[in-house]
Design a protein around this ligand. Sequence first.
Ligand SMILES: [Zn+2]
Length: 300
Amino acid sequence: MKVHVGTDIQPFSSGYHSEQDCMEALIAMKWPNDFICPRCAHTRCSRLTSRRIPLFECGKCAHQTSALVGTIFERTHLPLVKWFQALELFLLPDGISAMQLSEVIQVTYKTAWHVLQRIRHAVGEFDALELLCGDVKVNSDLYACNPSRYELSHPHASAVVAGCTVTEADEPEHVKIRLVPQQRGDGTRVNRSDLAAFIRKHVDLDTSSVQSFPLAYRLYQPLRKVVREAWTSLKRTYIAVGLKHLQAYLNEYTGRRQLRLPGAEATMWQKLLRMCMAIPAISYRCLIACQSNQPLAAVA
Ligand SMILES: [Zn+2]
């Protein structure tokens, strides 16, 4: 992979170097055993290879589909090799900015931004389906540089609710960080109804014991540390993130953190690719229009 001189980007290689390699990887992930027709569930098909993207025609109902339908890669004009490189770079410890990505994979800034936002969207949507369950802690907090309760009017502070499951060693495991609606630096603080809305939306109440910390000076400190680490990591890569899209970047951070957790058999790469295969693409227009900073209570 060609890396821009002057950056210290050191991507690992997923080992996919051609469009065919990438396509076969996607087909194998889409149908790990046999082809299954999305319309009638029949398992026999013909593979039509006359087009750039191989089509599979159902042997029963003649429905034609491809491995890209219903994934973030659907209708993309970008070569899959570049998508795979972007996914590799997304997994770097602090991710990669659109500017850096555009230089490394040789695309326009707009294309690089759209690619990264599509990946963030997939990671965020996938994570939203997975509720916190077990021993759960929930903090009110601020996303900012080393905030304290005296700095609520910090010009770059954003009020958040953070929640996590906790390991037996009392360490945060599965973490979610959600913005509370605000104008940045307006002194907004999380209130009890924000915490309650977060718990209703993101915690499996049937299987969890929840401890919430609504007071800024009495928090579950290991979770506060993760919020600080998110700020440091995002700041290192993106310098400044606008409030409109901050939730997507927070999802990226917690999603990557989740991908790094030990225990699962699949590699980070396989897990990320699975997310991208499970979530339909979001259009550029929707990304631009999307209002990520919705009230917690409204989306609960
Ligand atoms: Zn069929």
